[in-house]
Design a protein around this ligand. Structure first.
Ligand code: GTQ
Length: 373
């Protein structure tokens, strides 16, 4: 039996193995009347031997989606739509709007001169800029200019609004939020700003300029908010850091040269519920397979290649988005022998780690690489 379909232990001693009799069936019917049930009828379902993700691996190809995203500009205004976003739907998850696991994602498009009203919610968000110039986000009065492959946080509870300067070009970015998680926890509040907009109260890009200097922190700087004060992480310093680090490390066998975006005041994840990383796959690199708990949404920031997820090959190129569900085997391949490839990854690792649910395993057969199914 393949390692991908381990489902063979249901009748092991100690697990539910009760055969239905007319008496038992009548008993179950009686329990239903009292809003109750017998655990042994559901035990194998509610307590799986190992995580069984409802989500399936998917690649959302930008080549397919881009024209449809742009079509929405002519069909709805940001004022009417609230957010002009095309969301990514995992075909395995029909109960909630999720791209993978408990993570929501969408592609938002905005024309020059457009603005979406300010709001705040219990869900946390990140935005990863895909194309266009002149985009900016205001978070609690801090205005951040946004360029290609920059990523910006809008942590839970912060007022935020997005816009594109009149002098800019049409912009598309990826939104990623923990909406499904916060809804599952039944803790989501949403509020529209009373003025529909918030004044810019600080110098432009001040948080990145203050908190984003490597090895240096502002003297007397005080921050204790549970999320990173560095709201914006720019692509150029990120790529420079990866390129530098690549000259000093062999990299991870599973992930190549990988760095986590951190809250500079804690060295921990950027927000409590969602983390992010950028990894560089060197020319020709083919990583070993592993699996871990948590849900992972990759965005191809640079280059092209493929990933093998649960034994199936998924090709990707720049701007494609793909997901690795919890406990799915995965390995990555850079398709170029001369250029590096970079994968941005949004994940719920902070949740897994802080709740003590993180677990990881290396693929032990076939020299660490999955046989293709
Ligand atoms: O901008 O906060 O794609 O609240 C979906 C829901 C973006 C946002 C989305 C949201 C936002």
């Amino acid at each position: 039996m393949s390692r991908f379909h381990e489902n063979h232990r249901e009748d092991v001693a100690g697990r539910a193995n009760v055969e239905d009799t007319p008496e038992l069936l009548a008993y179950y019917d009686d329990l239903i009347k009292y809003e109750a049930g017998a655990l042994w009828t559901v035990a194998n379902k509610i307590e799986p031997w190992e995580p069984k993700s409802e989500s399936v691996p998917v690649v959302w190809r930008y080549n397919d989606l881009r024209a449809h995203v742009l079509r929405s500009v002519d069909l709805v205004t940001p004022e009417k739509a609230g957010r002009r976003v095309i969301y990514l739907n995992n075909p395995g998850r029909q109960d909630v709007h999720a791209a993978v696991g408990w993570i929501y994602a969408g592609l938002q498009v905005m024309n020059p001169g457009e603005r979406a009203s300010a709001h705040r919610h219990s869900a946390s968000a990140i935005r990863f800029i895909m194309e266009g110039t002149g985009a900016y986000t205001v978070v609690d009065g801090h205005k951040m200019t946004l360029g290609r492959n920059d990523f910006v946080l809008t942590p839970n509870g912060t007022w935020h609004e997005h816009a594109v300067e009149a002098s800019g070009t049409p912009c598309i970015w990826q939104d990623g939020l923990d909406i499904p998680l916060v809804n599952a926890l039944e803790a989501n509040f949403y509020e529209v700003h009373p003025d529909l907009s918030e004044p810019v109260a600080f110098p432009v890009d001040d948080m990145t300029k203050t908190w984003g200097n490597p090895g240096l922190t502002p003297s007397g700087g005080d921050w204790n908010n549970g999320y990173s004060p560095m709201f914006k992480y720019e692509w150029e310093p990120t790529y420079d850091a990866l390129a530098k680090y690549a000259t000093a490390t062999d990299g991870s066998p599973f992930d190549g040269v990988m760095m986590e975006y951190v809250n500079p005041t804690t060295n921990g994840p950027v927000m409590k519920t969602m983390g992010a990383s950028m990894q560089m796959l060197r020319p020709g690199e083919h990583t070993k397979a592993h699996r871990h708990t948590g849900s992972y949404l990759y965005h191809v920031a640079k280059g092209s290649g493929h990933s093998i997820i649960n034994g199936k090959r998924f090709d990707w190129s720049e701007r494609d988005i793909f997901c690795v569900p919890s406990w799915a085997w995965h390995e990555h391949v850079n398709g170029s022998s001369t250029q590096d490839a970079c994968l941005f990854c949004l994940n719920d690792l902070p949740v897994m780690r802080s709740l003590g649910l993180y677990r990881e395993e290396a693929f032990g057969e076939n020299n660490g690489n999955q046989p293709l199914l």
